[in-house]
Design a protein around this ligand. Sequence first.
Ligand code: TPP
Ligand code: MG
Length: 322
Amino acid sequence: MAATVKTRKLLQFYEQMVLIRRFEEAAAKAYAAGKIKGFCHLYIGQEAVAAGAIGALEKQDYVVSTYRDHGHALARGMSARECMAELFGKETGCSKGLGGSMHFFSKEHNFMGGHGIVGGHIALAAGIAFGSRYKRERAVTLCFMGDGAVNIGGFHEGLTYAALWNLPVVFIVENNLYSMGTPLYRHLPVEDISIKAAGYGMKGIRIETTDIWEFHETLREAVNRARSQNEPTFIEAVTYRYRGHSMSDPAKYRPQNELERKKEQDPIDTCAKTLLELGINQSQLDDIQQKVKATIDDAVKFAEESPFPPLAMLHKYTYVNP
Ligand SMILES: Cc1ncc(C[n+]2csc(CCOP(=O)(O)OP(=O)(O)O)c2C)c(N)n1
Ligand SMILES: [Mg+2]
């Protein structure tokens, strides 16, 4: 790929990752101020996975996410306004204020949740991929999950059918080394999760990097395979979350210095370094930071000023209205 194309794409990735991080920092602040209720799981540290993977998709493709979904939604192009308003429980939110942090949805962006049940969405992703193959849409479904999801029944069901029926889907395990406070070695008998793919006759790839370009290239190949050959792929992205599992977790279970060591390989810093090497000036990166700050300030103001949904909405989406 020509250097200029790479630079342009990397600049986009840089902006997206900064957007996700600033969004999450603003969410943490609003949560501490009591403006966001319920669960709230932040994505800080994992930004390269969302941006690098979703950056390989086309408009008609689908994304299915977990309860740690803010970064995926933003990378998919959902606005900071509609995402922040959803966290605040406001009517202008992407799920009309009824879903909250764990249940972001957008029909416009083919963003199919936001799911609170660990692993419950994996068979759903296979179903969406089945639907788009059946309708010959040439659409690929990208399904994110955590390392804690791979022991769940839904994982087995989803991967079995994806492989058996040659579905255009890419499964990505974001292995951030912990399920809540439980480290990987206490809930999985293997360290390399990607080897599970062999049991389904599926291609398995393990990638451990905070270099978004390297990750993106891997994803592009997998997405192409799904689109052109209906061949599913199972990818393990080894990553790290900087914050606790949710806002109520002080994350005291980490070994000493682990967080500091991981931060030395920060995905945003790594991307900035590559961009500087490619000839981008620091002032261009500063401009992006300023632009993102304005976007986030605006999103918070929008969320604060938006109305709560009226009481009459309470049951509106409980049943399908013919
Ligand atoms: C079926 C089910 N069991 C338990 C829970 C409670 N729970 C919520 S998140 C979580 C840990 C999942 O960790 P992982 O899949 O590694 O994702 P991460 O939070 O690290 O992104 C658990 C056990 C749940 N939501 N659903
Ligand atoms: Mg995890």
